[in-house]
Design a protein around this ligand. Structure first.
Ligand code: ATP
Length: 299
């Protein structure tokens, strides 16, 4: 669905995107993470055709996005700073959207009145920040986009509304093969919804992974020995992190689970537990190994 190759963008002398590569499959939910100033919004502005790249290619559904109204009309975009015409009510804005988005659905618009409890006669700029965000979702979902791009999407929404909005989006992913790219600082929230995650750092994607693969590849082991802890029974490449408390070892290890366990079993541990790892922990250890400090990348 999205194919970005060697994308470079300068603002004056400053290189905001640096030969960036990104791949997003159709029907997937892709989480884009990165510290402040990493280049997430700049990348997104290329994906929705606002910016033209200095070099590289930006393809959505196999076609360049810049100055391509057909592709742009299949993309829904919810930004961090929303813009609505100052005099428009929700109904006025809906009519405007209906005039420019070919797939606009009035049926959805009416149905979603049950989800978003805001009178559609109200002027949008008089609504609270969180209510304006609800309106943005309401209208975007009615355009039935093939690609939904969200920049800090649920910021400002209350927890119940967050859940409702994600349920609506994920329903479209399941039923219409909608692709979602979501930029966020919150790994915990992304963990619940994403199937792929990319980390942007200094204008480059430094890690791009399928979550199931990541989760099946890294493990947390708690091991206890009856006497001294044996030395180097796993290789340096396999151990991402280790800490020791007496005869108990806590290891974060990478590789095939069965192979790793059989190596540990040979040392006759008295306790061997596999503990669940959060996505945040996985990235802390993986990026730590690559020389990146996750503390600066996520919250
Ligand atoms: N129009 C612009 N002119 C000059 N520099 C810009 C412009 N837009 C972005 N930048 C710079 O490019 C870099 C990337 O900015 P960008 O907004 O893409 O970061 P971000 O990852 O979205 O950050 P945040 O998480 O804070 O929203 C920053 O150093 C920013 O100052």
């Amino acid at each position: 669905m999205i194919e970005v190759k060697e994308l470079t963008k300068h603002f004056g002398e400053f290189k905001a995107l640096d030969s960036l590569n990104l791949h997003v499959k159709e029907g997937s939910v892709y989480g884009l993470l990165g510290p402040n100033g990493a280049g997430k919004t700049t990348l997104i502005k290329h994906l929705i055709g606002i910016y033209q790249q200095d070099s590289g290619t930006v393809l959505v559904q196999g076609k360049p996005v810049y100055e391509n109204p057909d592709i742009k009309s299949s993309i829904g975009y919810i930004s961090d700073d929303l813009y609505f015409f100052s005099q428009y009510t929700i109904d006025d804005m809906a009519k405007f959207y209906a005039s420019i988005y070919p797939n606009w659905s009035w049926e959805r618009y009416e149905l979603l009145k049950q989800v978003f409890p805001i009178n559609s006669n109200r002027r949008i700029t008089r609504l609270s920040k969180g209510m304006q965000k609800q309106v943005a979702f309401w209208l975007s979902i009615c355009t039935i986009p093939q690609l939904m791009i969200l920049d800090e999407p649920v910021d400002g929404l209350d927890p119940v509304m967050r859940k409702k909005v994600w349920n609506l989006l994920l329903q479209d992913v399941a039923e219409q093969q909608t692709t979602v790219l979501v930029s966020s600082h919150n790994l915990r929230e992304l963990e619940d919804v994403c199937d792929h995650v990319g980390i942007l750092h200094n204008g480059k994607i430094v890690v791009e992974r399928e979550l199931d693969n990541v989760k099946s590849d890294i493990h947390k082991l708690q091991i206890a020995f009856s006497s001294e802890v044996p030395k180097e029974f796993l290789s340096k490449e396999e151990v991402l992190h280790s800490s020791q408390n007496g005869s108990v070892l806590l290891l974060i290890v990478k590789g095939n689970k069965e192979k790793l366990l059989s190596k540990v079993q040979k040392e006759n541990p008295v306790v061997l537990d596999i503990l669940p790892l959060t996505l945040e922990e996985i990235f802390i250890y993986e990026l730590g190994g690559m020389g990146y400090d996750i503390q600066n990348i996520t919250i």
